[in-house]
Design a protein around this ligand. Structure first.
Ligand code: NAD
Length: 513
């Protein structure tokens, strides 16, 4: 561990008991609020406690944010970008501390904790440039002396519901873009990882305060799904960006849809790598193992299935078995370890249950799984990564288990491999390992992968912020982060201006008085 946790908590303003909500400089909670201890899955020790916000407190936050929006939207976009630039600087200055807290609270490796903060820095940099590029198109009118163009206006309050596995990056993907677009944000982090969210809110609010920006542009509400449900049903929140399980996404989508609001859904994945007979097997091994055991299999883009050509199947299986024997499991803050714990003991129970279900359906384990106990594993959250030979149609294979279970599936033709890859309800990330141009291009064609992300000679896990991130089918269809994802955070308006002395109607319609 590079820095003592106590010093990090002090540095990031995490107290023994943290408030339930913040509208910026102001933090609060009611006297009888539910208090929840936040325990690290790495060592089972309590880090700090948080209070859960009540419905009244949520309402106060929304009212403050709605008021702030009226001022924030008047600040020119490049000036809003300048504030995001300062937040970026502050994240750079706090990268070590925040990255370590991400690792300690969530359980991902220290390198991945730092990587997550780096992603926040990258998206802030992107948003600063974007603040001068919120372009609309101009069109030629069919009528003389008329001008047509489109422009983008801010939407208002953006509700951000985030998952435990990327406790801070997902917020920044949304907030940095939303702020430069002129929106204000209310963040409901996962109830499993609220401390990193509190640290981020302190970092952001300090910058807003220094720039004399009123309360409400950056808001935080701590709570469980009840707060998420309030947000989803709230007509004052025009866009709800929700990251989490498909189960959650269906509930959010139904509630937001019922009021004809907008939702941006980033849900579960069931990602596969196709390893062809033309693959570089050593390179494929790194992609597959990192994809399956990185973050203990708790990434939405984690590799869950390997679809391997029959001619290299046995050889690749042996390589995997050998590689798995070398994986070091333990404290994620110790950089010698490859894999840390699962988020909590409930996740361990789901992992064990999935192994049993897989066996019951006929799955054959070539690397056995199981829970690790005692000594460095006394938090009860550590498990062994495992590998099973399966059929793609098994119910358990069709389901996203958020744990390091890797399924091996054999194929004969590239068309069959693509059918298997696409033959699950989810559609987030996909990859092919091949040095054959025809195979690669077929995989990327309209007849290829049906996922939002399709890679060649790169695994499924992780993505750069420059591209639009998201997936199809049960992954929810949302896109956030780079490319033109910013458009979701704005409303598009088409303007037609007549500078002639007559009023011609479109389509040549005559209406004379
Ligand atoms: P989860 O669905 O249990 O919770 C996610 C968030 O939704 C939490 O903040 C939770 O309080 C809230 N929530 C739960 N039910 C809700 C409801 N009915 N209405 C409103 N809010 C509700 O997910 P998790 O266990 O925290 O995260 C793991 C899941 O997230 C996996 O399925 C993973 O694939 C997915 N995920 C997807 C992406 C992506 O970009 N596609 C990124 C990260 C995680």
């Amino acid at each position: 561990m590079s820095l003592p946790i106590k010093d990090i908590l002090d540095h990031l303003h995490i107290n023994d008991i943290n408030h339930a909500f913040s509208t910026g400089s102001q933090w609060g909670s009611s006297a009888n609020a539910v208090t929840k201890d936040i325990v690290s899955p790495t060592d089972g020790k309590k880090i700090a406690a948080v209070k859960f916000a009540t419905a009244d407190e949520y309402n106060t936050v929304v009212e403050t944010a709605a008021k702030a929006f009226k001022t924030w939207r008047t600040i020119p976009a490049p000036k809003r970008g300048e504030i995001v630039r300062q937040i970026c600087e502050s994240l750079r200055a706090n990268k070590k501390q925040l990255g370590t807290l991400v690792s300690y609270e969530m359980g991902k490796s220290l390198q991945e904790g730092y990587g997550e903060v780096q992603e926040m820095i990258d998206i802030c940099d992107f948003a600063v440039g974007l603040s001068r590029q919120l372009y609309g198109l101009t069109m030629h009118s069919e009528r003389p002396e008329h001008r047509m163009y489109e422009q983008y206006h801010p939407l208002g309050i953006i509700g951000v519901i985030s998952a435990f596995n990327f406790p801070v990056a997902v917020w920044s993907w949304n907030a940095a873009l939303a702020w430069v677009c002129g929106d204000v944000c209310i963040w409901k982090p996962s109830e499993k990882t609220p401390l990193t969210a509190i640290a981020c809110q302190h970092i952001a609010q300090e910058v807003f305060k220094r720039n004399n920006i009123e309360e409400g542009v950056s808001c935080l509400v701590i709570g469980d799904r009840n707060i998420g449900e309030l947000m989803s049903n709230d007509t004052r929140v025009p866009l709800v960006s929700a990251t989490g399980s498909t189960r959650m996404g269906k509930a959010v989508s139904a509630a937001v849809g019922a009021r004809l609001g907008k939702s941006l859904l980033e849900l579960g994945g069931n990602n596969a790598i196709i390893i062809t007979e033309n693959a570089d097997l050593d390179m494929s091994l790194i992609g597959a193992v990192f994809g399956a055991v990185g973050t203990a299999g708790q990434r939405c883009t984690s590799t869950r299935r390997l679809i391997i050509h029959e001619s290299v199947y046995e050889a690749f299986k042996q390589k995997l078995v050998k590689a798995y024997a070398q994986i070091k499991i333990g404290d994620p803050l110790n950089e010698n370890n490859h894999m840390g714990p699962l988020i909590d003991q409930d996740a361990v129970a789901l992992y064990l249950d999935s192994i049993e279900k897989c066996k019951a359906e006929g799955g054959k384990f070539v690397v056995e799984g199981g829970k690790l106990d005692g000594g460095p594993y006394s938090s009860g959250c550590y498990v062994k990564p495992c590998i099973a030979e399966v059929e793609n149609h098994y119910q358990i294979v069709q389901h996203e288990t958020f744990a390091p279970i890797l399924y091996l599936i054999k194929y004969a033709t590239i068309e069959e491999a693509i059918d298997l890859q696409n033959g699950v309800p989810q559609g987030l990330s996909s990859a092919i390992m091949t040095n054959n141009l025809r195979e690669a291009e077929t995989f990327l064609s309209y007849a290829g992968s049906d996922c939002g992300i399709a890679n060649v000679n790169i695994g499924t896990s992780g993505a750069e912020i420059g591209g639009a991130f998201g997936g199809e089918k049960e992954t929810g269809g949302g896109r956030e982060s780079g490319s033109d994802a910013w458009k979701v955070y704005m409303r598009r308006q088409t303007n037609t201006i007549n500078y002639s002395k007559t009023l011609p109607l479109a389509q040549g319609i005559k209406f004379d008085l």
